[in-house]
Ligand binder design. Structure first.
Ligand SMILES: C[S@@+](CC[C@H](N)C(=O)[O-])C[C@H]1O[C@@H](n2cnc3c(N)ncnc32)[C@H](O)[C@@H]1O
Length: 301
């Protein structure tokens, strides 16, 4: 990699943005949400973090491909897209928790996550905007400069990085810099002896709280009810987080990310199509609260 690149660019080889990420897709898998976030929030930088090397490389190629395809205005077939991306990593790849994820969570049909063509993606975005444009979405659209529109179409606001989030997050994400963190369909680690590997617990929440801005949001979604209860339990007890107020319907209506975590993640698609644990997706949205909030929460304990 060139020495002319800023340290940030060396660290995030698929991100040409000169600033750090606003959104983190933790355990991004094949990157569906990371890419959807970049499309839906053209002025923000979305970064996917993934532990599996080949999967990370694949998502990187996909982002680079999307940039080129958008820059050239090319309409491509699913076949052409597959050819451009190369072989998709197999689900059975070995990598610690990821291997366990495959063993315990694999649907076993050998079929990869749904791939969409450029035309289908653009259609999805147009449809989403038509159906459910929130006030935020409309504001962002009208406020876009031509430079930002170019960025939107070139996917320069999407990136991916290989890491073990649980070990290294605070090494490269500045304190209180993130607006949103996503934990979508994390590895369930069903067996009791592996619960310590679950991606949310008291210790890890402190790390995530440090990375999030005050008022930033943390999203979880899973089809495993036990895992949802586990994550919800730690989050609702944490002095650094509070659940976003409102009914489920209100939260979903006011925050388009709730729809995105269910509809654009590869695992969410599988739940819709296959429903191994039923078709329900259990989700939660928590907000990072400030110091006074922490003190007040602590005082009521
Ligand atoms: C079940 S998959 C979900 C993928 C994606 N979020 C989705 O919803 O489609 C969980 C992903 O988390 C990744 N993962 C597990 N532990 C991780 C860690 N400590 N750091 C980064 N990624 C991790 C796995 O490799 C796997 O791709």
């Amino acid at each position: 990699m060139s020495d002319d690149l800023a340290p940030h660019e060396k660290l995030l080889p698929y991100t040409r943005s000169i600033r750090g990420p606003d959104f983190l897709d933790v355990g991004c898998g094949f990157g569906g949400l990371t890419i959807a976030l970049a499309e839906a929030f053209p002025t923000k930088v979305a970064l996917g973090l993934e532990i599996r090397e080949q999967v990370t490389e694949y998502v990187g190629r996909k982002i680079v491909y999307l940039r080129h395809a958008h820059a050239n205005g090319s309409e491509v077939s699913a076949e052409a897209e597959r050819a451009a991306l190369g072989e998709k990593p197999q689900e059975e790849e070995e990598a610690g928790e990821a291997k366990e994820c495959q063993e315990e969570y694999n649907d076993g049909n050998g079929k990869g996550p749904e791939e969409k063509t450029m035309a289908e993606r653009e259609q999805d975005v147009a449809q989403r905007k038509e159906n459910e444009g929130s006030p935020l979405e409309k504001d962002e659209e009208t406020e876009l400069s031509s430079e930002q529109k170019t960025q939107q179409h070139h996917f320069h606001n999407a990136g991916v990085f290989r890491t073990n989030v649980m070990k290294t997050l605070n090494n490269y994400i500045s304190d209180h810099s993130l607006e949103k963190m996503f934990f979508c369909f994390p590895d369930p680690n069903f067996k009791k002896k592996t619960w310590k590997r679950r991606i949310i617990n008291d210790e890890y929440l402190k790390m995530y709280a440090r990375a999030l801005k005050i008022g930033g949001r943390l999203y979880t979604v899973t089809d495993v009810l036990d895992l949802h209860n586990w994550m919800y339990g730690f989050l609702s007890k944490s002095a650094q987080f509070k659940e976003v107020a409102g009914t489920r319907e209100e939260i979903e209506k006011n925050d388009k990310c709730v729809r995105l975590i269910k509809t654009t993640t590869e695992e969410g698609s599988k739940v819709t199509r296959l429903g191994r644990f039923g078709h329900a997706m259990h989700w939660a949205v928590f907000e990072r609260v400030d110091r006074e909030g922490e003190a007040a929460a602590a005082a009521t304990e």
